[in-house]
Design a protein around this ligand. Structure first.
Ligand SMILES: NC(=O)c1ccc[n+]([C@@H]2O[C@H](COP(=O)([O-])OP(=O)(O)OC[C@H]3O[C@@H](n4cnc5c(N)ncnc54)[C@H](OP(=O)(O)O)[C@@H]3O)[C@@H](O)[C@H]2O)c1
Length: 336
């Protein structure tokens, strides 16, 4: 996908571009100078001076925007203009342009600036305003809050989580976490601290939110026997054909529920699925229903699998309901 990078010429941005290229992405680098940026398509854009129309053009067509721009010290007014006013304006452009994903790099401590030294507090408060704005945009957002940034060689090892203690992290390692995050839509809607640690970025992210492979989950359910699962909808023939190929013998509901609008659907074991488990009175039946809503890597709802009651029965098979709860427990939702 095309990734737009604010702060592409910075010390972290420069390290991120080759990682994005290696992952098969294209990068549009927003730069003040307009000078060529190795490995990326340079797009002239002074973020503090750009009009809404210019910001729209800067993010148009992107699959994700990453914010790595920073004022590099300087007075509080410059930080406010860039880290809050310009950052939030870029987020708004993403909303207008339908860019689905936004990764915002801020700083450790933005969740409680009052605990920071006086000289730092206003800068953290400014970044916190941008974080709050992002959380209200409806974009698939992730906030990454690095500890003290260093220019040391990346170790490839980090610690990720909420409320981590003091620590430093190299800019190269931050870049590696951002690159990994861009493939992890299941982790959107959360803020994470990052400092140097012992795990690869992929391991650290997996520990926070296990990659859900809903296909394996369904096979596991099937192995329990007497599985009555309905595959509702799935709006493209290709995806439905794949689903049926995987789950031969399963009952496919004649009721068509379209949860998906878009050209791309992937249905394979390697896809990192995210699943939402739900239960409650059915919209049509009014009876207790159990369902799994499956989202693909883009965060799009793709399939809804519901447990069916055994033929002629008013109630669900208790063993199946127990399995449903066990899996729900086993596959917690991503952190918010
Ligand atoms: N946790 C921490 O300790 C910590 C410390 C510092 C920074 N941070 C944050 O981490 C991120 C990466 O930091 P870094 O040290 O790698 O950054 P950096 O090397 O200071 O680079 C800053 C980038 O922002 C760009 N920029 C500044 N003003 C701009 C404007 N008006 N329009 C467009 N681009 C502009 C710069 O572009 P030019 O090339 O044109 O100057 C440069 O690409 C930043 O978001 C920063 O706020 C965290």
């Amino acid at each position: 996908m095309l990734i737009v990078l604010a702060g592409a010429t910075g010390r972290t941005g420069r390290r991120l571009i080759p990682l994005l290229t290696a992952a098969g992405h294209g990068t549009r680098a927003l730069t003040r100078s307009g000078d060529p940026v190795p490995g990326a398509l340079a797009h002239r854009c002074d973020l503090t001076a750009a009009s809404p129309g210019e910001l729209d053009a800067a993010v148009a067509g992107a699959g994700a925007v990453v914010w790595l721009a920073g004022p590099g010290g300087g007075p509080v007014e410059s930080a406010e203009a860039l880290d809050n006013t310009a950052a939030t304006a870029l987020m708004d452009a993403c909303v207008r342009q339908g860019v689905p994903r936004f990764v915002l790099v801020t700083s450790k401590g933005t969740d409680n600036p009052e605990r920071s030294p006086d000289f730092l507090r206003p800068y953290l408060e400014i970044k916190a305003k941008a974080e709050a704005h992002l959380a209200g945009t409806g974009l698939a957002w992730t906030i990454l809050r690095p500890g003290g940034l260093t220019d040391e060689e990346p170790s490839g090892r980090v610690e990720l989580g909420k409320g981590l203690g003091r620590g430093k992290v190299s800019r190269g390692d931050v870049a590696a976490v951002v690159a990994e995050l861009l493939g992890r839509h299941d982790l959107s809607g959360g803020a994470l601290d990052v400092i140097g640690g012992e795990h690869t970025p992929a391991e650290a992210l997996d520990a926070l939110a296990p990659r859900l492979n809903i296909v394996d989950f369904l096979f596991d359910l099937e192995r329990l026997g007497r599985v009555h699962l309905a595959v509702f909808g799935g709006s493209t023939g290709e995806a439905m054909a794949e689903a049926k190929a995987h789950f031969t013998g399963w009952q496919v509901s004649p009721r068509y529920v379209n949860y998906f609008e878009g050209p791309e659907l992937h249905f394979s074991r390697s896809t990192r699925w995210r699943a939402e488990f739900g239960e409650g009175p059915g919209r049509h039946s009014g009876k207790q229903e159990y369902w799994v809503m499956v989202h693909n890597e883009l965060g799009e709802g793709v399939f809804r699998f519901g447990l069916l009651r055994p033929e002629g029965s008013e109630n669900h098979d208790p063993a199946l309901v127990a399995a449903f709860h066990a899996f729900r427990e086993h596959y917690p939702p991503p952190p918010s």
